[in-house]
Design a protein around this ligand. Structure first.
Ligand code: SF4
Ligand code: SF4
Length: 73
């Protein structure tokens, strides 16, 4: 897991918990367009270089698959 250089928080999408509703990909969810999808049949991922840790996406996911990780430097 790598840090994105902004602070000590990164977000990931739990591939097991995600059921692919694609709600988090909506244009109004992520202001940085950091939530990306390569294959519509697979869970999206968060581009940590684009993510600004605004946390808007966490409550947007109905399955709680978007996870915040706090870590030490
Ligand atoms: S909103 Fe949650 S369950 Fe839906 S695609 Fe995104 S991460 Fe997966
Ligand atoms: S925390 Fe904010 S910037 Fe990062 S992926 Fe979620 S909505 Fe986008």
């Amino acid at each position: 897991m790598r840090a994105n250089g902004h602070n000590n928080v990164i977000l990931t999408i739990d591939q097991q918990a995600c059921y692919g509703c694609r709600r988090c990909l909506g244009a109004r969810v992520c202001p940085s367009k950091a939530i990306r999808s390569i294959d519509p049949g697979e869970a999206p991922y968060i581009d940590v270089d684009l993510c600004r840790e605004c946390m808007v996406c966490i409550p947007a996911c109905p399955s709680g698959a978007i996870i915040r990780h706090d870590h030490q430097r």
